[in-house]
Design a protein around this ligand. Sequence first.
Ligand code: GUN
Ligand code: FE
Length: 453
Amino acid sequence: MSSTLVFQGAVIFSADSENLEMLENATLIVTDGCISAFYKSPDQIPADAIPQDGQIKRLLPGEFLIPGFVDTHNHAPQWPMRGLGQGLHILDWLSEITFPIEARFADSAYASRIYEQTVDDFLRQGITTASYYGSRHADATKILAKMCHKKGQRAFVGKCNMDRNAPDYIREATASLSLQETEECIQYIRSLPDCASPNNALVKPVVTPRFAISCTPELLQGLGNVVNRDDTLAIQTHFNEAAQEIDATKELFPQFGGSEADLYESYGLLNRRSILAHCTIMTDYEKDRVHGLQCGVAHCPIANMTVGGGFMVAPVRDFLRRGIKVGLGTDSGGGWASGMLSVIRQAMIASNAREAMSEGKDKALSLEEVFYLATLGGCKVLCLEDKIGSFEVGKEFDAVWVRTTTRLESAMTPREEGDSLRRIFEKYIMTGDDRNVANVYVRGRRVAGTDEQ
Ligand code: GUN
Ligand code: FE
């Protein structure tokens, strides 16, 4: 039996990277998780368009729907260590803080307990899609994928590959074992209910070499072969993140003359499904290659300006100018936040810094642009723009129902009589929090929210 939801009220989404579509009184009909009709105003609704058996969901004044947030870079096993190790440089932060915490995920009971809280936390804040790095443990990675599936979060889940330059307690013993467990995780994820189709699966596998420093050439080549055999697979890695990392990479792979693009490309790991986290220190050559190879950038401004390498500001304006795909990432736990609103705000701050650093050449990002990065822009990075990221007939319904009239005390700047929808939206983006998230939907299924059900 089909199920139909009919949403009536204010709707906001990105028309493109610079413009928002803001509708005061739209009607969205969602049939079996997909948007089957979309009327921008009541006068457009034909007679009999609203199905008799449809469940009507009326938004009140001060409430609106936005597309669910897309987190293009997230380390699930680092959720319990967010905010730790501020000021450490990347390789020190990994060995002092990160590896000991990720090592705990050898224990499946611990993984189950923490991943339940992790996925709940991101969903509660309206992250309907996340691209997750797991730890290097196959069992824990399967637990993470199953948790996303059970809770209804759209996700990419990858077992982290790392067979060198890490302590014994976390390093994988051999490249072949790492590859074998990677294949095992890919198969497991595809065996989850309705996840066999690379196109339609809610939870998908992603090939996840941590970064070149922690992978032997044999492992990188093996992962490249996996991708080469299956061009539906996404890939994610850290890319030109910080000076310490770039120097160490150059030393380990002198043959690439300092180009991480050439390095990863030579192993077959760069294509339109590659999600490159950070990209803070980018030569024109690196930008050209990333653009030419159609890779996407996961911009993680919180992590970039707190841990890892000091104060790094990615050239996002230049990426957009060049047509490079860009989305936002919490980088939880290099980033301290688990919600996208914090990342959106930090992306604005970072872009202001970039404008100042470039003496006005790289103009700061607008509210419209940062919202785009957190929704439709991220979908492009994950090659999901045909499925989600905005409200259009034929797309799946992943959405956040924002309530600014909340009975819960949110931190949001109060709404005032006469506020336009644009102003209410701006107040929410800049000062709202998870208490404004009334309902979260993925494929039409309610997966989280403060609304009493
Ligand atoms: N580079 C390699 N591993 C990591 C990680 O876990 N977080 C960040 N921010 N950078 C990395
Ligand atoms: Fe990261």
